[in-house]
Design a protein around this ligand. Sequence first.
Ligand SMILES: *[C@@H]1O[C@H](CO)[C@@H](O)[C@H](O)[C@H]1NC(C)=O
Length: 409
Amino acid sequence: MANILLQCVVLVISMCGLALGSRTNPFLRKDRVTMSRMVPDADDGICKLRVEIFGYACEEHTVTTQDGYILSMQRIPVGKSGETSGVRPPPVLLQHGVLMDGITWLLNTPDQSLAYILADNGFDVWIANTRGTKFSRGHTSLSPDDSPYWDWTWDQLVQYELPAIFQYVHDQTTQNIHYVGHSLGTLVALASFSQQKLLNMLSSAALLSPIAYIGQMTSLLAQTAAKHSVAENLYKAGFDEFDPNSKAVTDLLKAYCKDPSINCYDLMTTFTGKNCCLNSSTIDVFLENEPQSTATKNMIHLAQMIREGTIRMYDYGDDEENKKHYGQSTPPVYDMTSIPNDLPLFLSYGGADALSDVNDVQLLLANLKDHSQDKLVVQYQDSYAHADFVMGVNAKELVYDPLMAFFKQ
Ligand SMILES: *[C@@H]1O[C@H](CO)[C@@H](O)[C@H](O)[C@H]1NC(C)=O
C-alpha cells in the first residue's frame, strides 16, 4: 500500500512539468511519447525550431564545461529588422529553470516573449540550455546512458556550468553581461553571487520567480514529494535521469488518472499556482517541447531545501561522506547576505506563485536588507504564478519593459 502511494506521488511530481497548464492530460497524447524518443539533429536546434521561423537571425553555439558537458546555446544578435544602431549591443544571458530548456524564452509570439523582445530592443541575446536537456546532452567522455553523466545537482551548475557560459559569452562579446534567470535560473545565480563568482563579467541581474529559500512553498505536490523522499526513492531504484517523459512515468500516470477522485486536469495550478495569463496556443507549444530531463540527484537536492528551508550544498546524508566532499560533516551554506550590496538586482515575484512563495521571497529580501537601495528593484505581481513570468501574454508590459528599463539605467 505504501508503495502504491509512493508511486502515485512519483507520478504526480513527474508530470508537473508536462501538465503545466494543460486542459487535457498530455500523457494520453501518443505523439508526445514518440516525440520525446526522437534524437535531435544537429541542424535541427532551437534556432531552427523557434527563432528563424519568425524571421530573426539566430546562431547556434557550443560551450564545453570544465567537467566535460557540451552545451548548446543560441544567439539572437539583432532584432527582426536586422538593423544595428552602430553601438555594440549589450549581451543578455537567459537562464531557464529546472525541467525546462531555452525554449522557455520563446514560447509566446515574438512581441510577447522575452528573447525576441530583448533583440528588438537592441540587446545581443544569448540563450543557455542546461546539461541533460534535449539540446545539451553531449559530454567529452560520457553518454546520458551512463550513470555518472547524471551525477550532479545545481551545485555543479554553480561550480562549472554558469562560469563556462559566462566566460564564453564574455569572450565572444568582450562586454559585461546582463543576466536573466527564471526559477532555478535565479537560484544558481544567487548562489554564484554569494560566492563572489561571475561578478567580474556581470553588469546586472534580473530574477524572475526567484528561488532561494523554498521551505515555505505552498505547492502541495512538491511538499508531499519532498516529504515522502520521492526523488531519493527513484535514485535508489536506479533512475539517475529524472525524465518526465519516460515510459514508466507515462504508464503510471495513465493508471493514476483513472481514479476519478484525482483531478488530472488542473495539476498545473496544484503545482505552480494559478497562472493568470496563459494562452492555450502557447501551452501547445510548451507541450511539444517540454518538460525536459534533469538529474534525479538535482531533484533530491531541491527536496532537501524544501524539507530544511536552507540553501546549502547537496547533503550526502552521512557525516563521513560529507567530510569527503566538503571537509566538514554538514554541507556548506550559500550565504545570501554575502551577495555584494552594490550589485544591480531586479527581482520580480508573484502573489499566486506556489513555488516561489511570497514568504520565502521575503526571507531572501531580509537577507538583502543592506543592499544599496538604488541597486535593488523589487516588483510584486499580485496575480502572477510561476509560469506567467515566462509565458504570460501581458508579461511584456508588466515585467519585461521595466526589466529593460532597469538594464538600460
Ligand atoms: C495566442 O497565441 C497565438 C499563437 O501564437 C496567437 O496567434 C494569439 O495572438 C495569442 N493570443 C493572445 C491573446 O495573445
